[in-house]
Write a protein that binds this ligand. Structure first.
Ligand code: GLA
Length: 388
């Protein structure tokens, strides 16, 4: 189905479920992070792009205060009163869309006074692959409610609303990157975001013109940022910043690393070194893209993976294998993307070698006895929008 067909289908399904036409259909994409991992909550730099996998939300306001959500990815229909929606009574997939309503309430919207809404969601963003299926849901609902409730929030504010929903309603202590990419993405471009000032710039990627494709290798190792490793890494970063007497690791440069080594344990130091060098790699990538184009960024992607594997320790054997095999099959650079502990790797690959990369990685997974990966290409795409 084309994207237009999916949008139309979402409207048809809405009408079948709720017995009236939707007010409109809004959509928002998943994202790939090109580089800048675990830097967002350290007030650093990130360079994600929106992808051609999206979530569509058909939304219609109601005359009462109820909010009902349904989706193609769950049999569950969830209904709440807007006036009482909150982190304590939300769980499962509906915490993403309904968490947005709650988070808008936290940003000054009087939920008891608003008309309720029905929403039906469909998505082509794979869940658990590290491509931010959650930010795609949040972006589509945030844009729909902003428009139908006539709130007039700008997109950076809607990104913060999405992050609040994710942090409090879903319970994952994540940063601002995913929602920013989903809401601010632009075709053929990446979003260069300073997570301290929240200022962003659009940076041309030019992959297709340079004969390159982005291959996604979904390892099928599922991860959750609501539990375990993600929060532990965040805590290490905070401990490192405290040991250095700075507000966040954004205030630490590569030249400060020798001193850092003296004032913290080795593990915390390696966590800090990843974040500090990763910030530098984001800046180097932006510079290389602007001055020389995407053929010049391969080595920086490789170095990012090594840093995540050895210093930040968020890779898994499947991601490491995917990266090594993709490079040997001719990718010019490869790294795991997203929060880690599973999910996907990306390989920047000459278009004529995509099949080779796919075959070689698949074979290596089979030989290693790993679950077969899902391998596909994505293109940098536009962010959230109203479809009709
Ligand atoms: C997840 C989080 C982001 C970011 C990345 C790691 O995707 O949602 O906020 O921290 O991990 O870069």
């Amino acid at each position: 189905m084309t994207h237009d067909d999916i949008a139309t289908q979402a409207a048809t399904d809405f009408e079948a479920q709720f017995g009236r036409p939707a007010d409109g259909v809004w959509s928002s994409p998943g994202r790939v992070n090109l580089i800048g991992e675990h830097t967002d909550y350290n007030e650093g730099f990130v360079l994600p792009f929106a992808i051609d996998r999206r979530t569509w939300a058909a939304v219609g306001l109601r005359d009462d205060n109820a909010a009902r959500v349904t989706s193609t990815f769950s049999d569950e229909e969830v209904e709440v009163e807007l006036s009482s929606v909150g982190p304590d009574n939300l769980d499962g997939w509906s915490a993403y869309p309904l968490g947005i309503a709650w988070a808008l309430g936290q940003n000054g919207v009087d939920l008891a006074e608003q008309r309720g809404f029905d929403a039906h969601l469909d998505s082509t963003v794979p869940v658990g692959a590290g491509l931010s299926s959650s930010a795609a849901i949040e972006g589509a609902i945030a844009l729909a409610l902003d428009e139908r409730w006539q709130l007039g929030f700008d997109r950076p504010t809607l990104a913060r609303v999405g992050q609040l929903a994710e942090n409090e309603a879903v319970g994952a202590p994540t940063g601002i990157m995913d929602q920013s990419a989903s809401l601010l993405g632009r075709r053929d471009s990446a979003v260069f975001l300073d997570c301290r000032s929240l200022r962003s710039e659009i940076v041309d990627l030019g992959f297709a013109d340079a004969g390159l494709a982005i291959v996604i290798i979904d390892t099928k190792v599922s991860h959750s940022h609501a539990t375990g490793g993600y929060a532990a890494r965040r805590a290490s970063c905070e401990a490192g910043a405290a040991a250095l007497g700075v507000e966040s690791l954004r205030d630490v440069g590569v030249a400060d690393l020798d001193r850092a080594r003296e004032v913290m344990d080795d593990e915390t130091f390696r966590r800090v070194r990843h974040v500090v060098t990763e910030n530098a790699r984001v800046l180097a990538t932006v510079r290389a893209l602007r001055e020389s184009g995407p053929l010049a960024i391969g080595e920086i992607l490789d170095a990012s993976h090594v840093s995540m594997r050895d210093d930040f320790e968020i890779s898994v054997p499947q991601l490491d294998l995917a990266v090594v095999e993709a490079r040997e099959a001719g990718a010019i650079g490869a790294r795991m993307t997203g929060g880690g502990f599973g999910g996907a790797a990306i390989a920047l690959t000459p278009i004529e070698l995509v099949d080779e990369v796919t075959a070689r990685v698949s074979d290596a997974f089979e030989r290693a006895g790993f679950t077969a990966p899902e391998i596909f290409t994505v293109t940098p795409s536009d962010g959230a929008k109203r479809e009709f």
